[in-house]
Design a protein around this ligand. Structure first.
Ligand code: SF4
Length: 228
């Protein structure tokens, strides 16, 4: 069995300074960084995020193209048998669970939140299938309320950059909230976007392209495969 990868972790003070160096560079590199899912209102974003679990954003966008024409409100998802919704989202995988979560969220939003997607972490976490990643994604993108959704790219890059030793997304999120400016350079939500874009284009999981990386000078894992 391969030994666990080492992680280069610095003190919170040093991590904060490192973030201040890399954040503006990545912001300049990816000025249009944003969520890759298509959506036009908070409820549709919630549906898209639920569908994106274990599925590519491209596939989700293909499915929601038709889905959002057929179902326009939470009530619409409850007006058909669950099996019909399952077939409509089947190609995103785990479609039974996802259909159950979408309908459960629709029910809760109608019964408890007046038909509107709630705007607080606490309330969003009461929706079936919504964890902190989903809640932060909704808060930041739909409502402009700072949040740091920690997906696989954010976890990988934060560890490579020595910002946190945690793989657990919730523990990582709390570490990042301590060291990433909440508003500056686009704030928490933008920090998550740019790490995701950097992770997709340059700092890929298997083979990061360190020679092409604009933040290599500040990265303790640059050209060190033993830390990838
Ligand atoms: S230097 Fe390499 S490991 Fe570090 S962020 Fe850039 S691509 Fe990733």
């Amino acid at each position: 069995m391969a030994p666990p990868k080492k992680t280069f972790v610095v003190t919170p003070k040093d991590a904060r300074l490192r973030v201040l160096k890399i954040f503006p560079v990545l912001k300049k590199t990816y000025p249009d960084a944003t969520i890759a899912l298509n959506w036009d209102n908070p409820w549709n974003l919630l549906v898209a995020v639920i569908l994106s679990a274990q599925c590519t954003d491209v596939r989700v966008n293909l499915v929601t193209q038709d889905l959002f024409k057929k179902y326009k409100s939470p009530a619409d998802y409850l007006s058909v048998p669950q099996e019909e919704l399952e077939q409509d989202i089947r190609s995103t995988g785990f479609y039974r669970n996802k259909a159950r979560n979408i309908r459960g969220a629709a029910r809760k939003i109608i019964d408890d939140y007046g038909g509107q997607v709630p705007r607080t972490m606490e309330e969003l976490l009461t929706l079936p299938g919504a964890g902190r990643k989903t809640a932060n994604c909704i808060l930041g993108n739909a409502f402009g309320i700072p949040g740091i959704p920690c997906d696989t790219h954010v976890i990988r890059l934060s560890r490579r950059l020595g910002l946190s030793k945690h793989r657990d997304p919730v523990k990582l999120e709390f570490d990042l909230m301590e060291i990433v400016p909440k508003e500056q350079y686009g704030g928490w939500t933008m920090f998550s976007h740019i790490l995701i874009w950097h992770g997709r284009t340059i700092c890929k999981a298997r083979k990061p392209d360190c020679p092409a990386c604009p933040i290599a000078a500040h990265c303790p894992s640059a050209n060190r495969p033993e830390l990838w």
